[in-house]
Design a protein around this ligand. Structure first.
Ligand code: FES
Ligand code: FES
Length: 259
């Protein structure tokens, strides 16, 4: 318990508030504070970057610095950064591009996915210095002016999201995925490694998107959106878990469990 909390507790004891009520109040206040802090952080990063036009404060004395010059969403940017700054933090904190999300910060969720020189990268595991001289595309640079990228439009049309937290990463990943297919790159589920398919099956798309986690589980709609763009035509909705095969498997499981 912090000193402030102890002081409040002492005050409340004097006023006769039961400890249980106090703990409830502190829990509620804590959750509210976290949400408010997150929102303030997002606004502060965006404001700071817009005020400085993307220029950033030099790293502290004694900290190894690196100068990074790259094309970000079609515009040339130069930053002087602490050499340990990730590409994700460079975009969010130094350029105010907060569309890419920090989910796990450990390379496990895909929320931070960006496209660097045509390939998707996990920007939380990429140092900004590694992007020197390269072309970086974030979700803010996917559209052409006011016109949405077909993948963005398909995500909206197919309800490919719920809370939207993973969506910037999903869309960047999906856009780069289709280019990978065109380049003839194989995946873990590709059967003929000599001739990887250019037309991706649902399983190919699922496997290639498996690094992008969606906690709202909008996977069937995400798959539909990607296939819509990939195949260039509307595709039938496959709810997967609700198909006859899955229902039969669920019934079998229930039978074994004696339900
Ligand atoms: Fe980068 Fe989760 S934030 S993979
Ligand atoms: Fe909520 Fe994917 S839409 S995490």
């Amino acid at each position: 318990m912090t000193r402030d909390e102890r002081e409040v507790l002492d005050e409340m004891k004097k006023a006769g508030v039961p400890r249980r009520e106090f703990m409830k109040m502190m829990g509620g206040a804590g959750a509210g504070l976290v949400a408010a802090q997150t929102l303030m952080e997002e606004q502060t990063y965006a404001q700071a970057a817009s005020l400085t036009g993307g220029a950033t404060a030099a790293p502290a004395v004694g900290v190894p610095a690196v100068s990074v010059k790259f094309m970000v969403n079609g515009a040339e940017k130069t930053l002087t950064l602490d050499a340990r700054v990730t590409l994700l933090d460079a975009m969010r904190r130094h350029l105010g591009l907060t569309g890419s999300k920090k989910g796990c910060d450990h390379g496990q969720c895909g929320a931070c996915t960006m496209i660097v020189d045509g390939r998707r990268v996990l920007s939380c595991l990429t140092l900004a210095g590694q992007a020197d001289g390269k072309k970086v595309t974030t979700i803010e640079g996917i559209a052409t002016g006011e016109e949405l990228h077909p993948m963005q439009a398909a995500f909206i049309e197919c309800d490919g999201f719920q809370c939207g937290y993973c969506t910037p990463g999903q869309i960047c990943s999906a856009v780069a995925l289709l280019d990978e297919a065109q380049r003839g790159e194989a995946s873990y589920v590709t059967e003929d490694l000599q001739n990887p398919p250019k037309q991706l099956s649902d399983d190919e798309v699922r496997e290639r998107m498996s690094g992008n986690i969606c906690r709202c589980a909008a996977y069937p709609q995400i798959l539909k959106a990607i296939q819509k763009v990939h195949q260039g035509r509307p595709v039938a909705q496959d709810w997967g878990f609700a198909g006859p095969k899955h229902l039969a498997a669920m019934k079998e499981e229930a039978r074994h469990a004696g339900v």
